[in-house]
Ligand binder design. Sequence first.
Ligand SMILES: Nc1ncnc2c1ncn2[C@@H]1O[C@H](COP(=O)(O)OP(=O)(O)OP(=O)(O)O)[C@@H](O)[C@H]1O
Length: 273
Amino acid sequence: MKNHSIDVKALKRAPAPSPNSDVCLQVENLSLHYLRSQNVALHDVSLEIPRQRVTAFIGPSGCGKSSLLRCFNRMNDLIEGSIISGHVWLDGEDVYAKGVDVATLRRRVGMVFQSPNPFPKSIYENVAFGLRIQGFKKKRLLDELIERALRSAALWDEVKDRLNENALVLSGGQQQRLVIARAIAVEPEVLLLDEPASSLDPISTLRIEELIYELKTRYTIVIVTHNMQQAARVSDMTAFMNLGRLVEFGETDTLFTNPRESQTEDYITGRYG
Ligand SMILES: Nc1ncnc2c1ncn2[C@@H]1O[C@H](COP(=O)(O)OP(=O)(O)OP(=O)(O)O)[C@@H](O)[C@H]1O
């Protein structure tokens, strides 16, 4: 893929941080600016995302939550005119280093968006998609891996007898679990969830939240949510952002019950703005 939008020169070389097995993603002095936008989207953000835990990004609309999430698998590369500086390290590897294979990075750091976006193909083919790209061809192995992914996404029992039906006939909640199955089929290390339940009804939302709880035993999960109750329910760590800055980051229980910063307190108590 042509990398036309990242100002690589702006990324100064920095020594790799010392490896820490509890930390999956390290973000260091990360700033991001979109040429088409007046505001700086991210301003000097530094934080460490713990491994196999759920980290939630909360904050008012436009504060940079999704932009930060997209830096983790270089989805911002796809936005022409994004200028980034600072560092993101995945397991000690610089995500923005010259020569990084972005397709491999995106396999390691999977992403699920707000609206379910299955391909207009069968349920089976949706989950097979990434596996085929990875070179899996044998039907028996594919069947096994697809069943495993659908079971992990708590969808197998609902679709096992209709794997050849078009994915678009599934309900919104089922489609979102299918997209999660598609992401986890290729065994990523990190799962980025950008408001994964915001278009779903309360029961489907609950299923996604239960699923997140189960998946964190195997994956590092980062979720963007507008729903503070959801952040409090599903996450271990929470980052509160405002105007492109990371205001506060800490254990979810502490951040919601005893925030350090008055801005955080104003936001979580609804006094913001
Ligand atoms: N593709 C883009 N092109 C130009 N500017 C953008 C683009 N995407 C986001 N921005 C700008 O970057 C800033 C941060 O946006 P971002 O979507 O990351 O915030 P957010 O906290 O996720 O918002 P929301 O909660 O409303 O989804 C905003 O000022 C936004 O207008």
